[in-house]
Design a protein around this ligand. Structure first.
Ligand code: 7ML
Ligand code: ZN
Length: 883
């Protein structure tokens, strides 16, 4: 074990730092295997801290310490300090006045496979410091409430490191002997060290500019490896879109004269918002129509936006401690979601976000790793960059937006920015600003931050014909989660609309004297509450939780007829789609039971009629149209089951898909032929909509197994000029017994072998195939020359895709999938603990499966627990999921 006794850190133990650091002067002498860091800090006691002695303890992990001095005096000798594996204590530092602390140390970036701190990616030196990576570079007060002004000088070889970047503005540069050069960067803004960054390498730069709302001209630069220079146009446009959007929607202007983005191919996460120098996974920067899908284009714009928006929600105002992570992440995800919704289709974006929340975050909230959006305790903070902190955190912000309205929300965010600019604050400070700006009481609402688990709302309705009233009773209940047995009722906004039988809007009039509107927001605050609507001439159909106004599970008796009615008539785009999903979900659930009982599968014709009607209505937003025609995913269906039966889910869903294909063959063929164009892959909403709808049609038609359709997909695969069409066709070929399956896969590899991000897709597609030979293929792919366990994108594209997106084969009853995954986790544990820990996801849900699989999965978790030198990351997840 790396840590014989991994320590738990508690929110309740937070105390202000004993010392503050005001300025940081860093000098890096860069080398692959031996980088020297000289750090000169101005330090003083924190006037707000009344405790502590004369010593100063800094964090630092596995650093080779060369020298320490105080106030430019002689080097401290051994008896004056104590160095451990992860800290440096100086026994006595000046208490009355500010002092200078100088430290020199060495690190080995080449040996850094964890990709945290300073590391090497394809010959380029780069950093990742969030959350606690800075301590792997030099000794420091590595906590977000210590904010300082950084000046950074980089010295390196001119040929290996022609480009030398750090945060802020380039203030000086020059030459050095031995073919070296140097650059000094100065960041005028105070920042915590997790926002520090440096990049050194052979990079090309793509430049543009942006004029801000106050007329300042900002230079925009994207740095990539030479061969990727032609794939930056979309990222650059996305950045300009994001800058304009933040000015218009939040009144936020950029604050430095330079904004840099660097794309690196080895990166543990999506991207990082380092001040003035964002570092991105190549996956979220590089795009060309022939190499990136429409979904990639959308994600790139979203992630570029996300990192840009952090400049205000994260950098100018940061987190007091890591328990407050959702303060910056929840708010920033909300902002990037709104941005993407405005740029593409609001309806589609909301559905995509809710789909992800309900399949993945709900699973997290129902499992052994459930935690509040603001956790109370952690062993390894890297394990808390979770769907709960990010996505549920964004839902909390969205609920505020729903309850306060966009103007009230804007007043609240303006006050938040005004009050806390330059500070490190808490989730409570954010809510306080929303409260103060709107004169509302959010005391109960705050529980969303402290209470884990997904609330369940059970809805009953009672129509009184004589009184012309409809009473809706809503009961809320939240199941217990680890460490939280009992739950208090939450403040939940429930948006509701009523529809008459002819499809017209029924008035929503709460209380007999209130005025009527088309839609109201019910404020649910008690465990059981009644809401009565008046003046309803007939019994209306209830459209509840419109826009998914709260992250809850809804339980409500609905007939298939009522769902089909809502699918046709609901004016709320989210609920209209949701009705279709529930309709299909109910029918598939029935078929799952039939399959389990050995009964022959027979389709309920109501779903055919409903889908036929959707096809006939021909929705104008083609992407939304495509979503209406989609079936609930296997993972969503799994979430709905008591005991997950992966085979039954797959069989029942494929049966419905095939039956729809057979019975609506003509309609799907027409759709395909109407919308299929031989187009270059322009990323605009018409073109992406056309591709989405025709590819969904081709997906259904591929289930027919007939030759003409096989030819359609093969032709589309070989002639496509854009990756969306090529990949969609290949997916249909790979997931069906297509005669040209292997030829197409081989051809794709030959065509794209030099493009790492496309080869990731090639790995993923094979890893997620439902064809019977998949596990053998995955094993073979592990030995493919292009597989590299040190590259997180590759690991995710093969091991991650197989374990998290191929339930059918991963959960094979013979346990081969489980053993395979555990083997890889044990290997990754020593190379890259963060990635290893993320790969555990598929095993942690063991309680959701039948008892045989439970035993098999648990056995692998127990085997992982015995790993020698187990990392804190893997230890925390494995031990908590076995509790
Ligand atoms: C979320 C990020 C991290 C971890 C990026 C790392 C980040 C922390 C970083 C939404 C969109 C893109 C990336 C991420 C994400 C997990 C997810 N501060 O900016 O939050
Ligand atoms: Zn973020």
């Amino acid at each position: 074990m790396r840590d014989a006794n991994p320590q738990t850190i508690f929110l309740k133990d937070y105390s202000v730092p004993e010392y503050l650091i005001h300025t940081v002067d860093l000098t890096f002498t860069l080398n692959e295997e031996n980088t020297r860091i000289s750090s000169r800090l101005t330090v003083s006691r924190n006037p707000n801290c009344k405790t502590g002695g004369k010593s100063l303890t800094l964090a630092g992990e596995n650093l080779r310490l060369l020298r320490i001095s105080l106030n430019d005096g002689n080097d401290l000798t051994k008896g004056h300090y104590l160095q451990t594996q992860d800290s440096l204590t100086i026994y006595e530092v000046p208490q009355q006045q500010q002092f200078i602390l100088t430290i020199e140390n060495e690190i080995n970036p080449k040996a850094n496979t964890a990709l945290e701190g300073l590391y090497l990616s394809n010959g380029m030196l780069c950093t990742q410091c969030e959350a606690e990576g800075f301590r792997k570079i030099t000794y420091f007060l590595d906590r977000p409430d210590v904010m300082a002004k950084f000046t950074t000088t980089l010295i390196g070889d001119k040929d290996r490191y022609p480009v030398l970047l750090s945060n802020g503005n380039k203030i000086a540069y020059g030459d050095k002997p031995d073919n070296c050069h140097w650059v000094t960067w100065e960041d005028p803004f105070n920042k915590p060290c997790y926002l520090f960054a440096l990049v050194a390498g052979r990079l090309v730069c793509i430049e543009d500019s942006f004029k801000t709302m106050s007329g300042r001209n900002i230079s925009l630069q994207i740095y990539v490896e030479k061969e990727d220079g032609d794939k930056c146009g979309h990222a650059m446009q996305s950045l300009k879109n994001a800058m304009l959007w933040d000015e218009q929607k939040f009144g936020r202007e950029y604050d430095l004269d330079l904004y840099m983005i660097v794309a690196v191919s080895h990166f543990n996460m999506g991207a990082m918002e380092n001040k003035g120098l964002n570092i991105f996974n190549t996956k979220f920067v590089l795009a060309r129509p022939d190499t990136a899908t429409d979904a990639d284009y959308e994600h790139i714009e979203g992630v570029i936006g996300h990192e840009y928006f952090h400049n205000w929600t994260g950098n100018r105002i940061t987190c007091r401690d890591w328990f407050q992570l959702s303060l910056k992440e929840g708010f920033t995800v909300f902002r990037d979601q709104e941005f993407t919704g405005d740029r593409t289709s609001k309806a589609v974006k909301r559905i995509e976000d809710v789909n992800m929340l309900r399949t993945r975050q709900f699973a997290e909230d129902a499992g052994p790793l459930a935690h509040p959006v603001r956790p109370d305790a952690y062993i390894e903070i890297n394990n808390f960059y979770t769907l709960t902190v990010y996505e549920k955190g964004a839902e909390i912000v969205r609920m505020l937006h729903t309850m306060l309205g966009s103007e009230g929300f804007r007043k609240g965010s303006d006050l938040y920015f005004a009050r806390h600019d330059g500070q490190a604050v808490t989730c409570d400070d954010f809510i306080n600003a929303m409260e103060a700006a709107n004169g509302v009481d959010l005391t109960q609402f705050r529980r969303w931050y402290s209470q884990a688990g997904t609330p369940q709302l059970t809805v009953f309705q009672n129509y009184d014909a004589a009184a012309q009233t409809l009473t809706i009773r809503i009961c809320q209940h939240c199941p217990s989660t680890p460490g939280q047995a009992l739950k208090d009722p939450l403040h939940i906004p429930v948006t509701i609309g009523l529809i008459y039988q002819d499809g017209s809007v029924a008035p929503c009039q709460l209380g007999s004297a209130a005025h009527a509107s088309n839609e109201v927001i019910l404020q649910l605050t008690q465990s059981e509450q009644d809401f009565t609507f008046h003046h309803l001439a007939e019994r209306p159909v209830v459209s509840i939780l419109r826009g998914f106004s709260a992250p809850v599970k809804l339980i409500m008796e609905r007939s298939l007829q009522e769902l089909a009615f809502l699918l046709s008539y609901d004016s709320d785009t989210f609920n209209r789609w949701e009705a279709g999903q529930q309709l299909a979900g109910k029918i598939i659930a029935g078929l799952i039971a039939d399959w389990q009982n050995g009964k022959a599968l027979k389709i309920n014709p109501i779903i055919i009629t409903a889908y036929k009607k959707v096809l006939a209505q021909a929705e104008k937003d083609l992407s939304y149209f495509a979503l209406l025609l989609g079936l609930p995913s296997e993972s969503y269906l799994a979430e709905q089951m008591q005991v997950i039966d992966v085979e039954a889910i797959h069989e029942a869903r494929e049966f419905v898909k095939q039956t729809l294909a057979e019975q609506l063959q003509a309609e799907f063929k027409t759709l395909y032929l109407n919308y299929h164009r031989d187009e270059s892959g322009l990323f605009d909403s018409d073109a992406t909509g056309r591709r989405r709808i025709k590819n969904i049609a081709l997906g259904y038609l591929s289930k027919l197994g007939c030759q003409d359709i096989q030819q359609w997909s093969e032709r589309q695969f070989y002639t496509a000029k854009n990756m969306t069409d090529q990949l969609a066709a290949l997916a249909d070929i790979v997931n069906n017994p297509h005669p040209a399956r292997q030829q197409c896969l081989d051809s794709f590899y030959r065509q794209w072998h030099a493009d790492a991000l496309v080869i990731d897709k090639w790995f993923s597609l094979q890893a997620t195939s439902c064809m019977p030979d998949t596990f053998a293929t995955v094993q073979t792919l592990m030995t493919h020359p292009a597989f590299d366990i040190r590259n997180p994108n590759r690991v995710r594209s093969l091991i991650g895709a197989f374990s998290q997106a191929n339930p059918l084969h991963f959960h094979a009853a013979n346990s081969q999938g489980y053993k395979f995954l555990a083997d890889q986790i044990i290997l990754l544990n020593s190379l890259n603990p963060q990635v290893a820990s993320r790969m555990m996801t598929a095993l942690t849900s063991w309680r959701r499966y039948d008892s045989i699989r439970q035993t098999l999965m648990k056995a692998q978790l127990e085997r992982i627990m015995t790993t020698e030198a187990i990392s804190r990351d893997v230890y925390e997840v494995a031990s908590k999921s076995l509790l």
